[in-house]
Design a protein. Structure first.
Length: 408
């Protein structure tokens, strides 16, 4: 075997390292052709595009979501129960609250995902409400409260009629509430509230008010129960509408009860004749004053068997804490108020003053007028046997502005 020949090199060449061949490199295009790499690049690119497009959509949507709406002025819109997001959006679009229902739906879905609920009811949307404000209004649940005002001195039948006339309320009331069981006040109710529920609230408010006032009554009252307090307050309510007179009117009736004098209150005559369902269309006659009814305090002793109206808080408080006076009589003063007197003689003089005022108002001469006097109540204090003197002719009483009363 032939031995390899060693080529002689110079000392310098022998000191240089041998050159190794450079390995062949794979091109980048060859690596990119791998299916996993291609798929990964595609997914990444798509995600970036989605993020860009989505961000643009969110930006535009946010701008539209916060933009002022088309509503020219505040508006009430009732959202019935059972509507879906799209139905609510269509309703608001028809009412002119919004003009981009699909953006509203998107915002509504986002709100529901955050745990907010859309609640049925009547809402007030402000002028130029944005979509965000519209959604916030609904999810707040702060529905519009309608004021139902019940004035003092109405009968239960009249109060029921007012509730039936309130278009925001719903349903009927099965029966007329017991007289005096409702507290006159202003009640705030949402649209669609059942009238029966309003009646129950008024009854609960009355029971609470009566019990509180009864617990703080004067210790020497001649009435024995909260029910009698309501009866007395109802008479006071019908006799005067002036706040500065209630306790004095109450004192007259309380003083009479203590002396066992007949109350002789005209409103009790009217209630005995027509009940709580109407009003007298003429002045009370002498025969009507003598006509026996369970409520006619010209005939019966003491309080009538029940209230003649639904008294307010002020009359209840006046009945529980009347003024400390000895007055037994009062008569109209011709200006909407009353003049009070302790004696029958003083009362007769007050009656004559009223007659003069009436003649002056009619332009009549005092010389041609009759001198007949009328008493608001019977004559002097009864004798020990409790006998009552005959009552003189009637005199016109002041009329409360809010409820019609017969003249006397």
């Amino acid at each position: 075997m032939e031995q390899n020949r060693i080529s002689p090199r110079s000392p310098r060449a022998a000191l240089e390292p041998e050159r190794v061949p450079t390995p062949t490199r794979r091109s980048s295009s060859a690596r990119a052709r791998h299916p996993l790499v291609v798929a990964g690049n595609a997914v990444f690119t798509i995600l970036i595009l989605i993020a860009i497009v989505g961000g643009g959509i969110l930006l535009v949507g946010k701008q539209r979501f916060d933009a002022r709406g088309p509503l020219a002025e505040d508006k009430l819109v009732n959202i019935p129960k059972g509507l879906g997001m799209r139905d609510i959006a269509d309703l608001l679009a028809r009412e002119g609250v919004i003009d981009q229902p699909w953006v509203f739906v998107g915002g509504a879905i986002a709100a529901k995902m955050r745990g907010y609920e859309f609640k049925a009811g009547e809402y007030q949307f402000p002028r130029q409400a944005s979509l965000e404000e519209a959604i916030s209004t609904i999810v707040s649940g702060k529905v519009v409260q309608h004021q139902i005002s019940i004035p003092e001195g109405l009968t239960s039948d009249q109060i029921l009629q007012k509730l039936l006339e309130a278009e925001a309320l719903a349903g009927n009331v099965r029966e007329v509430p017991r007289e005096g069981s409702l507290l006159p006040d202003t009640y705030k109710e949402a649209r669609g509230t059942a009238r029966e529920e309003v009646v129950k609230r008024m009854q609960a408010a009355q029971r609470e008010a009566v019990q509180k006032i009864w617990d703080h009554r004067a210790p020497d009252l001649p009435i024995k129960s909260p029910e009698q307090l309501v009866i007395l307050a109802s008479i006071i309510e019908k006799e005067t509408g002036r706040s500065d007179e209630r306790t004095r009117v109450a004192a007259v009736f309380v003083n009479r009860l203590k002396l066992k004098m007949k109350l002789q209150s005209d409103p009790t005559i009217i209630y005995g004749l027509v009940g709580g369902r109407g009003k007298l269309d003429h002045a009370i006659t002498e025969s009507e004053k003598r006509q026996p009814t369970p409520y006619n305090t010209y005939v019966i002793d003491g309080l009538p068997p029940g209230p003649i109206c639904n008294p307010g808080r002020a009359s209840l408080e006046a009945a529980a804490n009347p003024a400390r006076t000895k007055e037994l009589y009062f008569v109209a003063d011709g200006t909407g108020g009353h003049i009070f007197a302790e004696s029958y003689d003083a009362h007769q003089k007050n009656v004559e003053r009223l007659r003069v005022i009436e003649r002056q108002q009619r332009g009549e001469s005092t010389a041609t007028s009759a001198t007949a006097a009328a008493a608001v109540a019977p004559a002097a204090t009864p004798d020990p046997a409790g006998a009552q003197p005959l009552r003189p002719a009637s005199v016109k009483r002041s009329v409360k502005p809010r409820t019609p009363q017969a003249a006397r």
